[in-house]
Ligand binder design. Structure first.
Ligand code: MLT
Length: 409
């Protein structure tokens, strides 16, 4: 008899964004005449930078000629891309990351979900609340939690992110082994200072713990004093793995390219308490389960680091940040408290009522899709998230409609 991994049965009904998509689809069937504006899932809407498109085309042409065709590439990514990443994203900011510490992949979602496979199932995991659901769900699937009761999985150390702590969690009261952090944060849009991040690095060093740092939104940082990488903090290379993505900065959500940094100094421990480097473990896992990102996509990603690419990426992120600024101002003018939107494309709004109730109200009355904060965790209840990824015109219209909807209540 074939039995299943019963930990999967502990998961909540469906993945948050699939749930929202279903509700929106049902709304559209019921109201075919209504135009819906989507400010829910953080999916980009603008075309790829021209520098990336040109490099993409050129690489496709290479694939069309026997003389320049390429088959399997290195699983870890081509050296041209890994070197460009190391130089531009890290060494230029004083972080000593070398190209062989970079693993190119098809998404930060997959990497943040897969990395936990390297660690034993009896470790203590600390996860922020609210949180990007992938970190939690993949630990549930792996059997690192108990059942879901009263809005939380047993056995997880939740790091509450609330207005009181400016949505930056405090260090856990009990010892933990694996810590997930994401800054600029999804979903709250909050940021962390270098001093605050240093307390986490120091904690990890003192407690033989590891930080999984998701920096997928670093390109939206406008305050130059904020860290873009955890490796800007001294000592982080021994205790942190960082995840990055081309999805949000260069619009690769449909093109798929990301990367993970596993420094050679980074260690975990075996059952005898001996240090084990994580780099060879991740390399082995990556080579066994992954065959690399396609050559044209890696060439397109490399173009992000050309002069033209850098200028275009800045223009793209500036465009979305103008949307974020508009949402922030309009929502404030309506009397709602919010965070985010200054160094991040997400605005986290205190709706003053249940999250799903506010979601339904905005959808029904204004045809605007947001993300209910409760879908990101218990501490998200009462909040909604608005994403700045859409055209400026659509964001303007959405805010106008929200204003009318809320005024007419
Ligand atoms: C989000 O809306 O939170 C993100 O788009 C999800 C993702 O990047 O997978």
């Amino acid at each position: 008899m074939l039995t299943i991994n019963e930990h999967h049965l502990k998961l909540q009904a469906s993945y948050l964004f699939s749930d929202i998509a279903k509700r929106v689809a049902a709304f559209q069937v019921e109201h075919p005449e209504r135009e819906v504006i989507k400010l829910g899932i953080g999916d980009v809407t603008r075309a790829l930078p021209q520098a990336c498109v040109d490099a993409f085309h050129k690489a496709v042409d290479e694939m069309a000629d026997d003389a320049t065709f390429r088959g399997y590439g290195p699983e870890q990514g081509y050296e041209f891309l890994r070197e460009a990443i190391a130089v531009n994203d890290f060494q230029a900011r004083g972080a000593h990351i070398s190209s062989d510490e970079i693993f190119v992949s098809d998404g930060a979602k997959c990497d943040t979900g897969n990395i936990q496979e390297l660690f034993s199932t009896d470790i203590k995991v600390a996860i922020p609340d609210p949180v990007y659901p992938v970190y939690l769900d993949t630990n549930v699937m792996a059997g690192r939690t108990g059942v879901f009761a009263d809005g939380r999985y047993q056995g997880v150390v939740y790091l509450d992110c609330t207005r009181a702590n400016h949505f930056v969690p405090a260090l856990p009261a009990e010892a933990v082994d694996l810590i997930y952090l994401c800054f600029p944060n999804n979903p709250t849009g909050s940021t962390i200072t270098k001093e605050e991040l240093k307390t986490w690095v120091d904690y990890a060093r003192e407690n033989q713990a590891l930080i999984l740092f998701d920096a997928a939104y670093e390109a939206f940082i406008r305050d130059e004093s904020l860290p873009r990488s955890i490796y800007e903090i001294e000592g982080a290379k021994e205790v942190a793995i960082e995840f990055r993505s081309f999805s949000k900065n260069a619009g690769f959500t449909g093109t798929r390219c990301a990367y993970t940094i596993v420094p050679k100094e980074c260690v975990a421990y075996d059952s005898r308490g001996s240090k084990q480097a994580i780099h060879p473990l991740w390399n082995r896992r990556h080579c066994t389960k992954f065959n690399g990102v396609s050559y044209p996509v890696q060439r397109a990603a490399e173009a992000v680091y050309s002069d033209e690419g850098k200028r275009e990426v800045k223009e793209l992120t500036d465009y979305y940040m103008r949307n974020a600024d508009l949402v922030r101002r309009e929502i404030g003018a309506l009397g709602y408290d919010s965070v985010g939107g200054e160094n991040s494309p997400y605005i986290w709004i205190d709706g003053g009522r249940k999250s799903w109730e506010f979601f339904d109200l905005l959808l029904d009355r204004s045809g605007v899709v947001c993300t209910p904060g409760a879908g990101f965790g218990k501490c998200g209840e009462g909040y909604i998230r608005i994403s700045a990824f859409n055209s400026y015109e659509n964001v303007e219209r959405a805010m106008q409609r929200i204003q009318e909807a809320l005024a007419s209540q």
